[in-house]
Design a protein. Structure first.
Length: 257
């Protein structure tokens, strides 16, 4: 989700505003390089090494940006607590076996940008976030699993299928991670899937409430117009049968008079 605003941290807020677009560009570049590295199984060792260097350089920039924000923060303890996810995203990829978790940093940066650009358009935001989660998770689990001798997720198609069944909480069980890193990706995806399903359910419920509110307002408006027309007719009928004050009364034509 979008980063919490730092209204009482002017220096930190100014820094985040200045670095938002550059970090977003680096995140897109990181995702493209990582996808190339994972999907192009036939890449030469030289190309693979070059992509690895690019990935680590960009990750180092993210790590440095986090340290700069920590230095700029006036209340550092609160900053670390509020941005604990950022710290984990920067620290975990230092472990070689958890290198695919570098995508957490990329996802956070891109998700922050999506939230800033699409705030108020929840449906578009949810669709974009879901697509980003599916793509990143499929890449991460494929990178973690395919070199394991016991792996059953060995192609990008398998990874996408596993991601879709996991994020939707269906879980057929025909594809599943067997490595520690793959299972960590699965846990992250499960938590994210539950959160996304909650948001989607909320969006659908909000849409139904909005539509029903519109119908009720239309019915109330139509009823009000009909009541006004009925009152007008009643006033006309009363005026036609009730003589105006001072008007001569009609002669009494009853028998015997």
């Amino acid at each position: 989700m979008p980063t919490q605003p730092n209204d009482d941290e002017p220096r930190l807020t100014a820094w985040e505003a200045r670095t938002d677009l550059p970090l977003t560009g680096l995140a897109v570049l990181f995702l493209a390089a990582y996808a190339w590295q994972v999907l192009d199984a036939g890449a030469t060792p030289w190309a693979h090494s070059l992509l690895e260097v690019v990935l680590w350089i960009i990750w180092a920039v993210f790590a440095g940006e986090y340290l700069v924000r920590l230095v700029l923060a006036e209340r550092k303890g609160r900053f670390v607590w509020r941005h604990l996810f950022d710290l984990l995203a920067v620290a975990l990829p230092m472990v070689r076996q958890l290198r695919a978790l570098r995508l957490i940093t990329v996802f956070k940066v891109l998700n922050r940008r999506l939230g800033a650009d699409l705030r108020g358009r929840i449906g578009v935001y949810v669709a974009g976030t879901t697509a980003l989660v599916v793509f990143c998770s499929a890449l991460a689990v494929l990178d973690a699993e395919r070199t394991s001798p016991d792996a059953n997720i060995t192609t990008f198609g398998d990874a996408v299928w596993w991601t879709m069944t996991t994020i939707s909480t269906v879980g057929y069980g025909d594809r599943y991670p067997v490595t520690t890193e793959g299972r960590l990706v699965a846990v992250s995806l499960m938590v994210g899937g539950i959160a996304l399903l909650g948001v989607v359910t909320g969006v659908i419920a909000s849409w139904f409430v909005e539509k029903m509110t519109g119908v009720e307002q239309n019915v109330e408006e139509a009823t009000r117009v009909e009541m006004e027309a009925l009152r007008a007719e009643i006033r006309e009928l009363r005026a036609s049968v009730t003589p105006e004050p001072g008007a001569p009364r009609p002669p009494d034509r009853s028998p015997g008079r």
